[in-house]
Design a protein around this ligand. Sequence first.
Ligand code: ADP
Ligand code: MG
Length: 221
Amino acid sequence: MLLINDISFQYDDGDGFAIENLNLSVQSGEFITILGPNGSGKSTLLGLILGNLNPRTGEIVFQDKPYSQYSKRGLAQKISFVPQRYYSVFPFSVFEIVMMGRTPYLNSLGFEKQTDIQTVNDALKEVGIYHLRNKSINSISGGEAQRAFIARALVQEPELILLDEPNAHLDLEHQISIFELLKKLNIENRVTIIVVSHDLNLAGLLWFSNNSNAERRNIFR
Ligand code: ADP
Ligand code: MG
């Protein structure tokens, strides 16, 4: 599905941080966790996969087509992103935040159709926060906001979802329930998922829950 082919990257005004000769191949249906300490380049890598940053050398290929052949809108219909943390100055409602995910499908005037409203309502139900749809994003809990952003990612109808530290700022119980939701989306909705995290606990959780019993048994052989 996704092929990162020997890419290098540096920020123009960076402090010397560089990604060099990075290769990664992601198959459709996979659930991948990429681990690394703070400052190791995880968010940068997601920026590259989202097409927000451009590699200096090498190329990224999605479904056999290099990124240079995708429009921003075209890529946004395939890949969506759940940010690490979000502060809104304007008190958007949960419904409005999730509707923003429909942007790649709206017409040039940005008018939403009945199907867009239906898609948003369905996603809100899917992640379990339909009852919060009229609340301000600033007045709900961290775990609920995380669900709102997963819903926003879902209504983009992506084939790949990227999550930046989805466990940050959540207590263990909410980390597990967010993870269970991601697992469900991966298995039932067949969405490919890439999570980046610096948290080894989450990685362990993902690893053990994400493998079938047979695979899990293999680990202990
Ligand atoms: P992580 O997500 O693993 O914590 P980042 O990808 O955010 O790491 O950062 C990797 C390195 O790139 C750090 O040294 C950081 O300071 C630097 N960096 C991140 N964003 C920018 C930017 N927009 N401009 C310049 N340097 C940046
Ligand atoms: Mg980061």
